[in-house]
Design a protein around this ligand. Structure first.
Ligand code: RIB
Ligand code: CA
Length: 330
């Protein structure tokens, strides 16, 4: 089937500072048409994630007809683990504390619609409107996808592609020594998704931790941009930089979720490898660990791949594209 342009995407997200940057990036990318946005529990509880999503949409140019829905409030089996230590108590770097010169909130809270769709309803409607055309980009735990596989398998099978930010194959984890956050929060959901024979592309920490900036670099990008998006990026990332400087020590904020979105913008930024990847569901120290089977085997003995995995990234081109979209000079 001929690929339509721009690429129609649904973004499933747990905003989250890097999620917010990824959503702003997607809305600013002419290669993409964002037809749906759905929230999932993760960095913050799902109600806060939904508030944050509407707050972000209030600051951006929202496409007409965009469908928004709220998804799962808790992982399939685990208790929810959140990441306010990185994203701030509100999940957006505590934006309420950012004031104008007059002392008023620079980013006022927004009212949510009185009636909110569910993530499943949004996915069903998008697939009804655009069968076999939509790319699903997941930026949080895979709970909504796992639930859809159970209650609406035909919908999930109508996605053209599923891009998943998550996992850590040959690098350390972040939320745990070897586990990446999105996989760690709901390993049972990740396992179901990995086993479902979907057209998966995994964007793991192996590539996303190569695409980061220090506080000084992001400040310079914003200073040279006249677009308010640049200021928003710096206003949102204060807590994340504090974590990167005081706890992690390297001082870099990584563009995990924006890299997943850029995969749909220009896949040539990344080098992909077909691999079989499994996720550990239980384990005192191994919960959420993702393991690729890279053993030397003859072709007929190789474990059949269940996804494409980004194993390398053009860091310079990726950072340059991120800067041009998030902190435009024009
Ligand atoms: O491990 C990084 C991922 O977990 C990102 O999506 C971040 O937003 C958190 O959801
Ligand atoms: Ca996220």
């Amino acid at each position: 089937m001929q690929r339509s342009f721009p690429t129609k995407v649904i973004i499933d997200t747990d905003p989250g500072v890097d999620d917010a940057l990824a959503i702003l990036l997607a809305l600013a990318s002419p290669e993409l048409e964002v037809v749906g946005l759905t929230t999932v529990c993760g960095n913050v509880p799902v109600g806060q994630a939904t508030k944050n999503l509407f707050r972000i949409l209030n600051l951006a140019k929202t496409p007409p007809g965009l469908l928004v829905g709220q998804g799962a409030a808790r992982p399939l089996e685990e208790d929810l683990v959140t990441a306010e230590q990185v994203h701030g108590n509100d999940g957006l770097g505590e934006l309420d504390s950012v004031l104008t010169d007059e002392g008023t909130p620079r980013y006022p809270q927004v009212r949510l619609p009185s009636v909110l769709s569910t993530a499943q309803d949004v996915w069903n409607e998008c697939v009804r409107r655009y069968p076999d055309e939509v790319t699903l980009i997941t930026l949080g735990p895979l709970t909504n996808v796992a639930l859809a596989l159970k209650v609406n398998p035909l919908t999930v099978q109508k996605f053209r592609s599923v891009i998943v930010m998550g996992g850590a194959l040959g690098v350390p984890g972040n939320i745990a020594p070897a586990a990446e956050f999105n996989m760690y929060v709901d390993p049972h959901a990740a396992h179901r998704v990995f086993q479902a024979a979907l057209p998966l592309t995994l964007i793991p920490l192996d590539v996303t931790t190569r695409v980061g900036v220090t506080r000084a670099v992001l400040r310079a990008w914003a200073a040279e941009s006249r677009d308010p998006l640049g200021r928003l990026a710096t206003d949102m990332t204060g807590k994340a930089f504090a974590f990167a400087e005081k706890i992690e020590g390297h001082g870099r904020v990584y563009f995990h979720d924006p890299v997943a979105v850029l995969t749909a913008v220009d896949s040539s930024l990344l080098r992909m490898e077909p691999l079989h990847v499994a996720v550990e569901m239980v384990g005192r120290v191994s919960r959420g660990v993702t393991i690729a089977d890279r053993r030397a085997r003859t072709p007929e003995e190789t474990a059949s791949p269940n996804m494409r995995v980004a194993v390398d990234v053009d860091v310079e081109r990726t950072l340059s594209l991120l800067r041009s979209r998030l902190c435009p000079w024009s």
